[in-house]
Design a protein around this ligand. Structure first.
Ligand code: HEC
Ligand code: HEC
Length: 549
């Protein structure tokens, strides 16, 4: 029945134009079993609001004051993002927690105990039966008996607890550090890698975010040094004036991704021994072959031209890549100036790389462009539930499925995932309000929510259908028992599966990358007990998988 109705719609498109097409298609889909109060028909018109085609993040207006060659800056940003040598252990790159569709699907040693104790102990492996973290006897009834509940967080494992002594250039490029007994992350007194206190969102499309992080703490204005924008007093970079590197303070608008990117590198949980500075990280990286030891495909969409003929690393230096990318007065005063400006190069170049990671060719985009076959009948009905009875698009609106992207846009809500006391969320909003995340590629970015407490999209839909787990006075009114049928739930899941850009799945350019090995055990040195992904070129390779406990 659905197929026949869609045929009708397509014929009308040819004869009568987009408007009729949308209207008829909507009626066809509504007839085929969807129901729900207050919901209009499902049609292409309802989909066009979600099309990302042709949209890009907004550049800082004064970008040219900093960057003289955008392509060179993107090369630098991509190399830095994937380079394991940036880690204090010579293992931990940005990409280590953002390697699968920009997110992290590891199962072992992924738990942060939040308060007090681990439910399963340190260095445990998550299995399907651990999800959801708040399990009810009736998934459709939030008042039903609680079978189990944990405030643990499914996060990302980073580095061992150590204090920084000095940078190191060996292989791996491990810094000299002093091990510190870790009261939380240890097994029988032996430290294991530390785990973040929130789940890692994808960095794909993150350059659109007005503010980054679940709590929005990565400011929209980049001060060149740290994530805190204008709040940091005395943040300076150096410009050469009359041959002399001279401190200047900068506030670069539309640069939350840059503010974000300068957070992790010297963080004692995520990437570094505690206490390393950006100038020292700069000194380290500028003395190393970029991506040394990692394979770079000669057809990599960005780095292919620099791929070393030996197969690993780049045939380039970070010094040269910085000089190619950035305005001369930001580096021509010498090595010390380059070290002191390394946070600026790091932030802006990674932002410009992430700006290329725009996934604008998912089935939803194709459907919005008029390809009725791009969404299954079920996904089309799911679109109707998403924008109607499910109330999803009241928060997950627009091409990124969040309004937290527009300039000046602040879209944070309390959806009752955890008690407010567990995590207050937004630094301005508080009261358990978290940034509304994008749903693009959500199929591949589990586990879900800031606590990583749901393993599947079906579990997320059950969560919304019962009106959340910890609904309270601050919970948004659109989160309430929905009364969805099992068909409507399945349709909603199918709709969300239509938000995956196949280039993200198969790691085609711009989502291609050098090879990478990530620790898959709290004791891993990054070589043994590691998950390794091969280098892929622009044509892509083995597909990224969904989170599979
Ligand atoms: C140890 C794991 C880990 C490493 C390493 C890491 N991240 Fe993340 N990333 C996370 C987690 C966890 C969050 C969420 C933290 C929060 O919101 O409080 C996050 C958040 C982000 C976000 C925000 C996305 C959004 O929608 O708000 C971006 C972008 C990002 N990371 C990029 C990077 C970059 C760039 C680097 C390297 C400089 C990096 N990450 C290194 C785990 C990691
Ligand atoms: C009141 C605003 C609001 C409504 C309504 C809403 N969401 Fe959300 N959604 C959010 C926020 C905020 C989060 C993050 C919450 C957290 O992690 O604590 C989120 C998270 C999610 C996630 C997890 C994404 C990730 O990367 O972890 C999915 C999937 C999702 N929502 C789907 C839906 C669906 C489907 C509906 C409709 C049934 C819906 N949302 C309704 C605000 C909303």
């Amino acid at each position: 029945m659905d197929r026949r109705k869609r045929w009708t719609a397509v014929r009308v498109l040819v004869a009568g134009g987009t408007l009729c097409y949308g209207a008829l298609l909507g009626r066809a889909v509504t007839v085929s079993g969807d129901s729900g109060p207050g919901k209009g028909g499902v049609n292409v018109g309802a989909a066009t609001q979600f099309s990302l085609a042709g949209k890009r993040p907004t550049d800082p207006a004064d970008l040219a004051n900093y960057v003289k060659n955008r392509a060179a800056a993107i090369r630098l940003g991509k190399a830095l993002f994937w380079d394991q040598q940036a880690g204090g252990d010579g293992v931990q790159a940005c990409a280590s927690c953002h390697f699968n569709a920009g997110a992290d699907t590891r199962l072992k040693n992924s738990v942060n105990p939040h308060n007090a104790t681990f439910t399963k102990g340190p260095n445990a492996t998550l299995v399907a039966a651990d999800f959801p973290f708040h399990l009810l006897s009736d998934v459709n009834n939030r008042a039903s008996a609680v079978v189990r509940d944990t405030d643990d967080i499914s996060g990302s494992q980073g580095v061992f607890l150590r204090t920084f002594v000095q940078i190191g250039f060996g292989s791996p490029a491990s810094d000299t550090c002093t091990s510190v007994p870790d009261a939380t992350f240890n097994v029988g007194g032996t430290n294991v890698r530390r785990v973040t206190g929130r789940n890692a969102p994808t960095n794909i499309n993150a350059a659109f975010n007005f503010r980054n992080f679940w709590d929005g703490r990565a400011r929209e204005v980049f001060n060149g040094v740290d994530p805190h924008g204008a709040d940091t007093v005395g943040a300076v970079i150096f410009r050469t004036v009359g041959g002399v590197p001279t401190p200047v303070s900068v506030l670069i608008a539309n640069s939350s991704a840059a503010s974000q990117a300068v957070g992790p590198p010297n963080n004692g949980t995520e990437m570094s021994c505690d206490g390393r500075s950006f100038p020292l990280l700069g000194r380290k990286m500028m003395n190393l072959i970029p991506l040394n030891g990692q394979t770079v495909s000669p057809t990599d969409g960005v780095l292919g031209g620099l791929a070393n003929p030996t197969g690993t690393g780049l045939n380039a230096t970070y010094v040269g890549m910085i000089q190619d990318a950035f305005q001369n007065d930001l580096w021509n005063g010498g090595v010390t100036q380059m070290e002191n400006n390394f946070s600026l190069y790091w932030g802006l170049s990674i932002q410009l790389y992430e700006d290329t990671l725009t996934s604008d060719n998912a089935p939803i985009d194709q459907f919005a462009a008029g390809n009725a076959a791009a969404l299954s009948a079920s996904a089309q009905r799911g679109l109707g539930v998403f924008t109607g009875k499910g109330r999803c698009s009241t928060c997950h609106s627009g091409p990124l499925f969040t309004a937290a992207v527009a300039v000046g846009g602040r879209s944070f809500s309390n959806t009752g995932v955890r008690p407010v006391a567990d995590d207050a969320g937004g630094i301005l909003e508080g009261n358990g309000r978290f940034k509304v995340p994008t749903l693009r590629n959500v199929e591949l970015t589990g586990p879900y929510f800031h606590n990583g407490g749901q393993a599947t999209l079906a579990q997320v839909v059950d969560f919304y259908n019962r009106g959340a787990d910890f609904a309270g006075g601050f919970t948004d009114g659109n989160v309430r028992p929905l009364g969805l049928t099992s068909v409507e739930k399945a349709d909603l899941v199918n709709f969300m599966l239509s938000l995956t850009d196949n280039r993200v799945r198969t790691r085609q350019a711009p989502f291609d990358s050098p090879s990478l090995c990530v620790p898959d055990d709290g004791l891993s040195d990054g070589v043994t007990n590691a998950i390794c992904i091969p280098a892929v070129g622009a044509a892509g390779g083995a597909p990224a998988a969904a989170f599979q406990p």
